[in-house]
Write a protein that binds this ligand. Structure first.
Ligand SMILES: Cc1ncc(COP(=O)(O)O)c(C=O)c1O
Length: 406
């Protein structure tokens, strides 16, 4: 008789966004005229830039012509896009086109990468965390039971991202040596980013301990401060120990179009018994078996982001969101509310005053100010006492939300 993969039963139901929606719906039923401002969503709102649209339209026309029609593309992505990424994103960092794997999202890649490693591999994640890192390892069977009192899983190493360590946990804080280390910088949900010296410590640690770093740089385009690395490969030695994930979702508004990429340098070699295994080859094998590539039209759209005009349009979108983030930070400061992030990321991590819980403060924001945020505890117990606000909304609404709070 068929049995299911019981690891799935260890997953906590993802109540976060459904609970938020339920509470909002209830509120709307009682207050039909309320002018609610959504600051909880992580989705973008600015439309696709013209240059990208034009490139995609042209690619659609090519598909309609027998002479230029294309069927299955390379599983790793078209050469034109991989070469462009090398030139524009990794100039001087020694990354080659066959180390880039184009995909339909950093969510899938950060979730699927778990397959490359042993079931017993020890995983370190931050608390709070982007939930995909944790859940994909639970599904894969790397965790024990969930502990209701701590809100944590057995066999996972939690690295606390809190005010005391400037939301940048360092290797010295680890109680055990992990095999896989997830680092998300700029960070979702805290909106903070890892400084170069801290990332250097992680790279050195991974080299010493033969661990692998899974570096999620989905929000890299939002970095504005000097000593925040845009890529982990800016750190010496990182090419031997780090996989990097990037996405066009938040940069170019591709959340609905879907295009991202993963970098796996050929220098990452895992030594096992008397074998030496290249992770690049392993991932290539995995992708060729389970993935049939991103559509030609999408990849032409992604390529257009790197054109002169495309770059200008993208920068304008990012500036828009960053200005929203500034409005949020300034607005909160004016209202006397402590907050972190929002400088190198589109997220602001609001510290709840008066020792209220995340959910209690969520209700206050909703009832009193008609603002919808995301309770920090939804990203792990370490997020208790915080609310995540996003800068992806409309300018006027963002301003209005801050005026209400002030
Ligand atoms: C940290 C982080 N990584 C990856 C993703 C997913 O990116 P994509 O849209 O490319 O799947 C998100 C989306 O919210 C994210 O916050």
């Amino acid at each position: 008789m068929i049995r299911i993969n019981e690891n799935f039963l260890k997953l906590k139901e993802s109540y976060l966004f459904s609970t938020i929606q339920k509470k909002v719906d209830e509120y709307k039923m009682k207050n039909s005229n309320a002018n609610l401002i959504k600051m909880g969503i992580g989705d973008v709102t600015r439309p696709i830039p013209k240059t990208v649209r034009e490139a995609m339209k042209k690619a659609v026309d090519e598909m309609g012509d027998r002479a230029t029609f294309r069927g299955y593309g390379p599983e790793q992505g078209y050469e034109f896009l991989r070469e462009k990424i090398v030139e524009k994103e990794y100039k001087g960092l020694g990354i080659e086109a066959d180390e880039i794997f184009i995909s339909d999202g950093a969510k899938c890649d950060t979730g699927n990468i778990v397959e490359l490693f042993d079931t017993h591999a020890k995983v370190a994640i931050t608390d709070p965390v982007y939930p995909v890192y944790l859940d994909s390892n639970i599904m894969y069977g790397r965790t024990g039971k969930f502990d209701e009192t701590t809100g944590r899983y057995e066999n996972i190493l939690y690295m606390e991202a809190k005010e005391e360590n400037n939301f940048e946990p360092s290797p010295q804080e680890l109680k055990e040596v992990p095999d896989l280390i997830y680092i998300c910088s700029p960070n979702n949900p805290t909106g903070m980013a890892m400084h170069k010296n801290c990332l250097e410590q992680w790279v050195n640690y991974a080299k010493e301990q033969h661990s692998i770093i899974l570096f999620d740089a989905a929000y890299e385009a939002f970095i504005e401060e000097e000593n925040i690395p845009h890529s982990i490969y800016e750190i010496e030695g990182a090419k031997e120990v780090a996989i990097e994930f990037k996405s066009y979702s938040k940069t170019a508004g591709f959340t609905g179009i879907r295009c991202a990429y993963t970098v796996i340098p050929k220098e990452i070699i895992v030594k096992m018994e008397n074998k030496e295994i290249l992770l690049n080859k392993l991932w290539n094998r995995r992708q060729c078996t389970k993935f049939n590539g991103v559509s030609y039209v999408t990849q032409r759209g992604a390529e257009a982001i790197y054109s002169e005009e495309g770059e200008k349009e993208i920068q304008e979108n990012i500036r828009y969101y960053k200005e929203n983030a500034k409005i949020i930070r300034d607005g909160l400061a004016k209202a006397g509310i402590m907050a972190y992030g929002g400088i190198n990321a589109p997220y602001v991590w609001l510290k709840i005053p008066n020792k209220m819980s995340s959910w209690e403060y969520f209700e206050v924001l909703l009832d009193k100010y008609n603002i919808i945020g995301t309770p920090g505890v939804g990203f792990g117990p370490g997020g208790e006492g915080f609310i995540r606000l996003t800068a992806f909304g409309d300018r006027e609404k963002t301003k209005e939300a801050m005026e209400r709070l002030a």
